[in-house]
Design a protein around this ligand. Structure first.
Ligand SMILES: Nc1ncnc2c1ncn2[C@@H]1O[C@H](COP(=O)(O)OP(=O)(O)OP(=O)(O)O)[C@@H](O)[C@H]1O
Length: 296
């Protein structure tokens, strides 16, 4: 597997607080990877580290085989659209495309012009006069036309209307299929991630909670419902992600690569949204011990 992003023990600290801690992660090339987590979980921090806008406090990070933002060749490989879609307010849409062409060796002018035309943006309009969604669209167009190996997008679709969101995600998937682009994007909109992504990374409380191919994650998580039971009595290969109990019944979300044979359980699969929400809600460490406390 070729990795477009590889981190080992990666951490970023602001004064006493770790915004990202002990993150070891490998993201394969040629995929659209969704990054999710609650507000303040460390998503932008991870993306900014990958884009070379921040330097790590601990650990290492490699993007497309090199350290982020170290020289022009490395910069050309990575496109980054930050959350606040930085543009030059005094420059027109056309000026931004000209600048993009001058600064980026692999610039695809046809893609840029075609998107601007489809979006109905006036090339003469100054970026400072565009709406929030139009500015986001211009920034995303610059990111796609740069033809990077890895495109990093921090909440790219947040400002777009539903139709524009869907069309943008389709453009992204087409670029992945046609040009082997890899994409890492953060979003709170799980339905969008479900549509566009085939890999998932979940951060909670500055820590990596889950990562992997979405198909595999969905196939290895099971919702078990049955007579009340201490989660500590489950087979060792069944990791309890969350557990809730009534007087008579237990409902457990477990992760395991093996089939569930115990006839006491009724077993159901989860959709992506329920899986993500379980990890956002679930305890970050020692789930078995904590759940035992609940049972007492
Ligand atoms: N420049 C900074 N100085 C101090 N603390 C910071 C700074 N930037 C981020 N943080 C803190 O680091 C933590 C992670 O922030 P980050 O922006 O990475 O979260 P996020 O997951 O992207 O959140 P959101 O979903 O709200 O965009 C937060 O607690 C935030 O307050």
């Amino acid at each position: 597997m070729t990795a477009v992003l590889e981190t080992h023990g990666l951490g970023k600290r602001y004064r006493r607080r770790w915004a990202l801690s002990d993150c070891t992660l490998e993201i394969p090339a040629g995929h659209v990877v969704g990054l999710v987590g609650p507000n303040g979980a460390g998503k932008s921090t991870l993306l900014n580290l990958a884009g070379g806008l921040l330097a790590p406090t601990a650990g290492t990070i490699e993007v497309c085989g090199g350290r982020p933002a170290t020289g022009p060749a490395q910069l050309a490989k990575v496109g980054f659209v930050a959350q606040e879609t930085p543009l030059y307010g005094g420059l027109s849409v056309a000026d931004h495309l000209r600048l993009g062409a001058r600064l980026n060796p692999r610039w695809d002018d046809a893609v840029a012009r075609d998107r601007i035309r489809r979006l109905g943006l006036d090339p003469k309009q100054r970026a400072g006069r565009l709406s929030g969604g139009q500015r986001a669209q211009l920034a995303l167009t610059l990111g796609l036309a740069k033809r990077p190996e890895l495109l990093i997008l921090d909440e790219p679709v947040a400002a777009l209307d539903p139709l524009a969101r869907r069309e943008f995600l389709q453009d992204l998937m087409a670029a992945v299929a046609e040009h082997g682009l890899s994409v890492l994007l953060s979003s709170h909109l799980i339905s969008d991630l479900e549509r566009a992504c085939d890999h998932l990374v979940v951060l909670v409380d500055s820590r990596l909670r889950l990562s992997g191919a979405i198909d595999t994650l969905l196939a290895t998580h099971h919702l078990l419902t049955g007579p009340r039971r201490d989660p500590a009595t489950l087979p060792a290969d069944q990791e309890v992600v969350t557990a809730s109990h009534t007087d008579r019944q237990s409902t457990l979300l477990v992760r395991t690569a093996s089939p569930i044979h115990d006839p006491a359980w009724s077993v159901a699969r989860l959709g992506l949204e329920d899986l993500v929400l379980a990890y956002l809600r679930g305890p970050a460490d020692e789930p078995r011990r904590r759940k035992l406390e609940v049972l007492r």
